[in-house]
Design a protein around this ligand. Sequence first.
Ligand code: FEO
Ligand code: CA
Ligand code: CA
Ligand code: CA
Length: 591
Amino acid sequence: AAAAAAASGGGLFTAIPPTPRTTDNVIVPDGFTWRPIISWGDPVEPGAPAFDFWNQSFEAQKGQAGYNADYVTLLRNGNGGNKAVLVFNNEYTNDEIMFENISSSNDLTDEQLRIVMAAHGMTVVDVRRQNKHEAWEYVRNGRTNRRIHAWTEFAVSGPAAGHSALQTSADPTGRLVLGTLNNCAGGVTPWGTVLSGEENFNQYFKADEAADPDGKLARYGIRSAGRGWERVEERFDVAVEPHEVNRFGWIVEVDPSDPTSTPVKHTALGRFKHEGANVIVADNGHVVAYQGDDERHDYIYKFVSKEKYRQGNGHRRHNMQLLSEGDLYVAKFVGDGMEDGEWDGSGTWIPLVVNGESHVPGMDVAEVLIWTRLAADKVGPTKMDRPEDVEPNLHNGRIYAALTNNSARVEIDEANPRLGNKHGHVIEMTEDHNDHTGTTFRWRIVLLAGDPSDPSAYFLGYDREDVSPISCPDNVAFDPDGNLWISTDGQPGTLGNCDAMYLYPVDGPQAGHLQQFLSVPVGAECCGPYIDLHDNTVLAAVQHPGEISGASPSQVFSTYPYLGDGQPRPGVFHAYRPKGNGKGGGNGKGG
Ligand code: FEO
Ligand code: CA
Ligand code: CA
Ligand code: CA
């Protein structure tokens, strides 16, 4: 399938066929090649040693690139064409792959636990290239290089800052948190900072069911930790430090231009399993952040800033306050019936907090923001099939949400129309009157993922013969021409293929022409992505190479990025057209 050349996306490429899931390689289209830019353990901060799998230490890891790269972005502003700042999330760790002779987190020594904690968070590095035809390389002692990890100081902003439920014995102010955890997707703000979502933070905390009479812990999945972090830091034991867990699950904002800056946790955007947040400036100047809560049957949210965006670098300080105060809404989707042959309809943004007042019975503003899931449960939003990345297209203002799958879907609606949704879908939202600050919208499903031979799959009516198979959409991104790109997490288990990245036009004659651009190695999820084909720059993350559920590392293994140490190392790579290589394979291991 899928041999047609892409006519959009800024440059032609020929779609690659699906990659069998045992393939331990990155596959890119004919005429392209790829190189790793940075991988787990590469030295980032001054003084950090080179990666050495056999001699890892907590001190070294604090200055080295983190594990499991997820969201990836490249900041070009003011850096010219061949210098930039690369920022990526380090969502979690595969403890049994990071170290030898570890079959579960229970086996970790205290030192290894601290290494694991230091490998979480985010990585910021300067990158450069010789010219547009060469690979991006990271700069070992770059000016902006920084690791953000489980002990980095974060300030707390917004209405819940300082609330008693955020106070701990180490921080009686409730305004200073150590660390960010499980950072999944993210986005760049118009003022050049990076937003990052704290997703499955529950897994780091140990809690007792008996200590949860009101269900606040259960609604966030906080039970027995299983990661063992409480063995080295009591703050991860809810029985000892009951409020520490309330200090995670937020959107964090990082200023990558200043490695000494204090990043911020924004309570105004609510607390849930934040996949990420992406902002757009509305016509009236308010800033709107769209967000997903990645759990089966959870919700899509948006935040509208109270103050307005001001253009220009002189207003950066003002703009960095915009996410600290505003309104919070949760989405309800209503179908208009299937008689029209489309999964579509209207929607409303149900208020949770507006003008500094709670719209949720029995909960004040701070409670709504700290226990947002419980607040939303009271106002009747639509239970979605795991909202992952939710991102507005800055070209046309329409918003795209990846709904990755939902094995537990037993009751369907027009916005979540498949029982036991195995392959997931993508929904498009259009705000009424293109007003991002409004409370009503239209929506339509633009993709029901699956193999094109599956009659329940939907590609906007495009000829199925020319469509790539896809499953489990996770990250969405737009190239500079406004084309939608999708990367996936879960295809090995559903289609038997490696996870991958796709171009997916949703308008015009090519609408529905899904074309696979690349695939990532065995066991990995494909993250990022950052796409600018005019600039010969496609960046993607290889997350958890070698992770196959139910299989031990000796059965199914990856050695990505193939640098000779024999160890799988999650990281970020660059796919590009080398000079003079108009066609012919650029594939092959080795950077
Ligand atoms: Fe970390 Fe929802 O993916
Ligand atoms: Ca319809
Ligand atoms: Ca994700
Ligand atoms: Ca995205």
